[in-house]
Design a protein around this ligand. Structure first.
Ligand code: ADP
Length: 818
């Protein structure tokens, strides 16, 4: 048994930042990095929180003393007057002053004692260092310590952006030794590796005893100086309280900042330095609360649920505090919630009563989520939407969310509202809750689908505490645009309330943001949107690459990637098997392949690619045979999705010998009946299956298995199905509208670079249009199969539709709203 200890400390260093010197002058601005700090300086500036841990208790040899301390890393050596190398961010050169910042990097200092360990006889010792579960591994050769021949030391840097969790650095280490005659051996801590971690989010100051004395005096000096600054009116009460708390907690960054100005007599200079520090510390990122009716994977009806989770996750990774408030439906997927616990009860005034509402918290997809559960059973309906009192349910939810924020004492920077279900938050905040103390938040409202506006008669608004007389005005919630408008009918809408009272309004693609000004798409909201045009924009949705990941999707029977697509063919075979459809390559397909029908191709570049046999032609390991094309539909079955075009597209594909799989859920009874008829007429033989339900796992398997997916929507605010399909190498056939127009470019579109061409585009609502598009896709699959599999699928999979770009756009929008 042994109980060797290891130590790990980390500090956030800003590579290059301390060394940047701004130079102004008439000549070309120049700047250079500061000289590399000496080891002693680095050690002095190390602000390591020291963590002890036990190595493998059963391992026989004594544990190595592995100490990893941290310091701001030395800048990379750079020639004078050079602009920063990759990773640096540079202000525009013509500004006259140049500023460069490099990515924050955590520096690790590592020491290993070989005495009594398996590497005792080795002259060279190399540390293999990884982090976040052995990612980004690097080999670092350690150098012997001059003080102790058994001690080896080395340093390594981890860019903060590479950490899986910005709150922890979890470092894994094993050691390789090279002994006499080049003999190699390893020390992996008895098979357990070294697992060292440090809490980065709580970088408190834990000083060795010998340094504690001066530190205490410094903190006392700071506390007294803060008193003086407050007394001189140089700090507000809030700033004083916050700085005092940080000084009290011996916050390292603040104390060090103070150390540099301790002897400065000018109080206002000291105050401004501390405040710049204070602002940085107080604002590590924005605090954004999404008030939403859906979030994957716990409550999903359509794309809204994907967007809330995907956007909040992307923001969380970039340092924003992202929270979600959700109704606690009884039909929620409880298994996907971790640490679900009741927090407390609040009372929510609604319809003349006080409704006791339980507040729960839980972690979903790594996000902090608050669930609201009113005791009146409004969310115990075994369905998300579709109850006769949906308007009341979601108005209540909006009020309860604000009531909870007030009770919790939180002051988020932004409340991000989604569709009519949380729209009432905006007028309630403006009319009531700001006055009650919720002063900080700005409202951002995202329209995911303008077809749903939450129409109601004005008196209903009084239930949630909004004054119907004040709200039923054209500049507030009154909808005077609808045909047949008459006072007293359904003439207010929640969507209008959110547009009027929010600081920013977005929709989910740039094209849809233009289309909604047309009567055909705007559904009566054109006038109010025009009035608020200055704050309205379109930001394209992304998809959550963790959730939609063909390399590791847990719903798939086989996996694949853009580089190795063989698993896609396995997914196709196994899906057909799952649905009882044959997996064959009929003779007509083979004949067509060999029958020289290439000349029939309408797309010249298809011809070229097929002839050239770009790539390895068989999809990088996929079966060489083309099989029958498999066309998929994964959709809510509703008017918006272009139901007649879906039907016609399916019939066209079947007539061309394709196989078809439809996964759809209909909420309207007549649509359900129509699709049951379709299933009976077309979905039982060897060619097609029509599955009428919501099934997350099956949806994933279909995206992975299909060759093409049909999305001929009449209108589509953004559409996620085509983006998900692209990620799984399934080629979209889409109508040119909304987000479909922004994301899918026809393979024959000479107006865009070739690697942007990723699908087949139709334009219009006539059946003939979908027929042409499906025909073109079938021809391409059958006649240019090598190009399809070898190039088109690879191109589609390589495109990036993740949240990275759009999350940054939302961040700028939030900042603009503050
Ligand atoms: P919308 O939000 O209008 O329904 P989107 O394309 O934005 O359309 O998002 C649809 C989302 O719902 C996608 O994640 C899609 O996979 C999923 N989806 C649609 N229908 C089904 C279904 N029947 N079963 C499982 N998932 C479905």
């Amino acid at each position: 048994m042994n109980g060797g200890t290891a130590r790990l400390g980390a500090a956030r260093g800003r590579l290059g930042a301390p060394g940047v010197r701004a130079a102004s002058g008439a000549t070309a601005a120049c700047w250079r990095r500061a000289p590399r700090p000496t080891a002693a300086a680095a050690a002095r500036s190390a602000r390591a929180r020291v963590v002890s841990f036990k190595s493998d208790p059963d391992a026989a040899p004594p544990a190595a003393a592995v100490a990893v301390a941290a310091a701001p890393l030395a800048p990379r050596p750079a020639a004078p007057n050079l602009l920063p190398t990759a990773g640096g961010v540079v202000a525009p050169r013509d500004a006259g002053v140049q500023l460069a910042c490099s990515e924050p990097t955590y520096g690790l200092r590592l020491t290993y004692s070989r005495a009594g360990r398996p590497l005792a006889g080795c002259d060279r010792i190399i540390a293999r260092i990884g982090h976040s579960g052995w990612s980004n591994t690097a080999d670092v050769e350690l150098t012997p310590s001059p003080a102790d021949p058994d001690l080896f030391e080395g340093a390594h840097g981890i860019p903060a952006s590479q950490l899986a969790n910005p709150a922890h650095a979890e470092v894994q280490v094993v050691f390789r030794g090279v002994g006499a005659g080049g003999r190699e051996c390893w020390d992996n801590n008895g098979g357990h590796d070294w697992q060292l971690s440090v809490e980065l989010a709580q970088e408190g100051l834990v000083l060795p005893a010998e340094r504690a004395g001066p530190m205490r005096a410094l903190v006392s000096s700071l506390l007294l100086r803060l008193d003086a600054l407050a007394a001189a009116g140089l700090l507000t009460a809030e700033q004083f309280a916050s700085l005092r708390n940080q000084a009290w907690a011996q916050d390292f960054a603040l104390v060090r900042a103070y150390q540099t100005v301790r002897d400065v007599a000018d109080d206002s200079a000291v105050a401004s330095l501390l405040l710049s520090r204070f602002n940085f510390l107080r604002r590590p990122g924005l605090h954004v609360v999404h008030v939403a009716s859906e979030m994957v994977p716990v409550a999903k009806v359509g794309g809204l649920g994907d967007v809330v989770t995907g956007l909040a996750k992307a923001h969380q990774q970039s340092g924003i505090l992202s929270e979600v408030i959700l109704p606690k439906y009884d039909c929620i997927a409880y298994a996907a919630i971790q640490e679900l616990r009741p927090l407390r009860s609040i009372e929510v005034a609604f319809d003349g009563r006080r409704v006791a509402t339980r507040v729960w918290s839980g972690v979903v997809e790594g996000l902090p989520v608050t669930f609201l559960e009113p005791s009146n059973g409004m969310f115990w309906r075994r369905q998300f939407y579709g109850a006769p009192d949906d308007l009341e349910r979601f108005m209540f939810f909006a009020r309860a969310a604000l009531e909870w924020l007030l009770a919790s004492g939180k002051q988020p920077d932004v409340l991000h509202l989604h569709d009519w279900q949380s729209a009432a938050v905006a007028p309630l905040l403006a009319e009531e809750f700001r006055g009650r103390g919720l002063t900080q938040p700005r409202c951002v409202f995202t329209i995911h689908n303008i077809a749903f506006q939450g129409w109601m008669t004005p008196p209903l608004l009084s239930k949630v505490g909004l004054d119907p007389d004040r709200m039923a005005r054209p500049d507030a919630m009154l909808d005077d645009s609808r045909p047949g408008f008459a006072p007293g009918s359904h003439d207010c809408s929640l969507l209008r309330g959110a547009i009027a009272f929010s600081d920013r309004v977005t929709t989910v693609s740039p094209t849809y943001a233009r289309e909604v000004f047309l009567p055909e798409f705007g559904m009566g909201a054109q006038a109010i949107l025009s009035r608020h045009r200055h704050k309205f924009s379109g930001i394209l949705n992304g998809i959550d690459n963790d959730n939609w990941c063909p390399e590791a999707d847990p719903f798939l029977p086989a996996h694949f990637s853009a580089a190795d697509r063989a698993g896609k063919e396995d997914c196709k075979r196994l899906l057909l098997e799952e649905l009882g459809l044959p997996y064959t390559t009929p003779n007509w397909v083979l004949q067509r392949q060999s029958g020289g029908q290439h000349q029939q191709l309408q797309l010249q570049q298809l011809q070229q690619h097929a002839d050239q046999g770009n790539g390895n032609g068989n999809g990088n390991g996929a079966a060489a045979r083309p099989g029958r094309p498999l066309l998929a539909v994964v959709s809510r079955l509703t008017e918006q999705k272009g139901l007649p075009l879906i039907e016609h597209g399916i019939k066209t594909a079947l007539a061309r010998g394709a196989q078809v799989v439809v996964l759809g859920a209909a909420s309207e009874p007549d649509v359900q009946r129509r699709w049951e008829d379709m299933a009976r007429d077309h979905g039982s033989g060897p060619d097609a299956r029509i599955v009428l339900r919501y099934d997350e796992g099956l949806a994933h398997r279909i995206y992975a298995a299909a060759d093409a997916i049909l999305v001929p929507s009449f209108f589509e605010p953004c559409g996620l199905t085509q983006l998900i399909a692209l990620r799984y190498g399934t080629i979209p056939i889409v109508n040119r509208t909304g987000g479909l127009a922004d994301t899918v470019r026809d393979v024959a579109d000479g107006g865009v670079p070739e690697n942007a061409r990723n699908g087949f585009v139709l334009n219009g609502r006539e059946e003939a249009r979908v027929q042409v598009a499906v025909d073109r896709a079938m021809d391409a699959f059958l006649d240019a199969n090598e190009w399809w599999r070898g190039e088109l699928v690879a191109r589609a999979m390589a495109q990036d539709w993740s949240w990275s770009r759009s999350a940054a756009d939302y961040l700028s929008l939030y900042r603009g709203a503050l």
